[in-house]
Design a protein around this ligand. Structure first.
Ligand code: ZN
Length: 433
């Protein structure tokens, strides 16, 4: 990789490290701190939705904040402490203050016997309870005796916080990019997505865009549901979308298709990944594509990730830490998603204005530009394919797929043919600004 690439990856990794300690949950100050950090780089709009707000079949919950949480031996020594690692506390634990025996405490302690050195990640958002998570090795080493248990938390009416950024394009058609922001100290599962989208927003804000690009940084499930409930009109403008999660580990890329299965985003992601990634079918399980692809919306939104969630041992444990996420992998993901967006931006459907037999390309100067190109033969083939298939039924992506040529060279050929007066774009966009 070139020097600039490594630097960008390292800058992204530094942001992951800054966000890592923040005590995120589906509501509360950890999410606010996270979005404030993102806002230092891009002009995010922050929305607060009050607890109790009805959002389709759900209700925005009470807000949860933790001052401190620990388990101490009677002598005062803290054996489990939220300050040491925020995975130690079960997310949305109700307040507790008391003394209890190990036997009484035991049902509230969670560990992974088959992975004895890591702290698991547990939450109890919708069922009031409390608990601590710790490594199985530590659990087994806890001596009998009395423990002081303190969860100094508030769980009361407040709000749910999400961040949004709209980069206006020439069209009102939108590309939606979404990441969840509710996981605490887990680096790959949610920080990699947040950071890659932040850097994409910074880059795309410098470009002239055809379609508008909307970024949503929201708590998983309830945040996406809340965004959809408050933005039903905007959601109808989404022409393409990606949920981005788990893109910093060393696994290869995985793209999960939208519910539609054959949306342009599905074809664009497959084309960009080519042989370097795998493409899997939609399932109604995973991240917030579950909400975007619910039948009442059925948005063309796929899931872009590396290793499939739930299939690697670090998933939802303290082993998903800063060393699990690699700068060069973040950078690769950023570039791959940027390439997908470039395909979405340049794709279009054209008609050949001279469809009866081949037009004379030489007469129109179309051979003259060939010599300056990296692969003149490929460019010539791209022009022939674009002229042949542009009958109003094939978009450029379909032409790239059928010809086996890279999308970029097909799009360049189309540009040259438009300039020469041989091609015209069809398809009127419904949402012209
Ligand atoms: Zn997760």
């Amino acid at each position: 990789m070139d020097r600039e690439t490594v630097q960008l990856g390292q800058e992204m990794h530094r942001l992951v490290a800054e966000l890592y300690p923040m005590p995120r949950s589906i509501t509360g100050d950890g999410v606010r701190q996270t979005l404030a950090k993102v806002r230092e780089r891009v002009p995010l709009e922050i929305h607060e939705v009050p607890s109790g707000t009805k959002v389709f079949d759900w209700t925005v919950p009470d807000e949860w904040n933790v001052r401190e949480a620990y388990v101490a031996k009677s002598a005062g020594e803290r054996v489990i402490d939220f300050r040491r690692h925020n995975l130690h506390l079960v997310g949305y634990s109700t307040p507790v203050r008391g003394r209890m025996s190990l036997a009484e405490l035991r049902p509230h302690l969670h560990s992974l016997p088959d992975r004895p050195d890591v702290i698991p990640y547990r939450t109890s958002y919708y069922k009031p309870s409390w608990g601590f998570c710790l490594s199985h090795r530590q659990l087994e080493s806890l001596p009998e005796g009395e423990y002081e248990v303190v969860i100094d938390a508030t769980l009361k009416p407040g709000s749910l916080t999400y961040g949004e950024l709209l980069l206006p394009g020439r069209l009102k058609d939108e590309i939606l990019l979404s990441a969840h922001v509710c996981h605490p100290s887990l680096a790959n599962d949610n920080l990699s997505g947040i950071v890659v989208l932040t850097f994409l927003a910074a880059e795309l804000s410098k470009r002239s865009l055809k379609q508008s690009v909307r970024f949503v940084f929201a708590p998983g499930t309830i945040g996406a549901i809340t965004w959809l409930a408050k933005n039903e009109r905007e959601a109808r403008r989404v022409r393409h979308g990606l949920v981005v999660a788990g893109v910093g580990d060393e696994g290869g890329f995985t793209y999960k298709r939208s519910r539609r299965g054959d949306a342009v985003i599905d074809r664009a992601a497959s084309h960009v990944l080519g042989a370097s990634g795998r493409v899997i079918d939609f399932t109604p399980y995973g991240y917030d594509e579950r909400q975007y692809c619910s039948p009442g919306f059925d948005l063309p939104v796929g899931l872009f990730m590396r290793s499939l969630h739930g299939t690697f041992p670090e998933y939802h444990t303290s082993a998903d830490d800063l060393s699990f996420v690699k700068p060069e992998k973040l950078e690769e993901a950023y570039r791959a998603i940027l390439s997908v967006i470039e395909v979405l931006e340049r794709n279009g459907t054209f008609v050949n204005l001279n469809p009866k037999c081949e037009p004379q390309l030489g007469r129109r100067g179309l051979y003259e530009g060939l010599s300056g190109r990296a692969s003149p033969r490929e460019f010539e083939m791209a022009m022939l394919w674009v002229l042949n298939l542009s009958d109003g039924g094939y978009d450029l992506l379909r032409i790239a797929e059928r010809s086996g040529l890279a999308f970029g060279v097909v799009a360049d050929a189309a540009d040259a043919l438009v300039k020469a007066g041989l091609l015209r774009e069809t398809g009127v966009h419904a949402w012209k600004t």
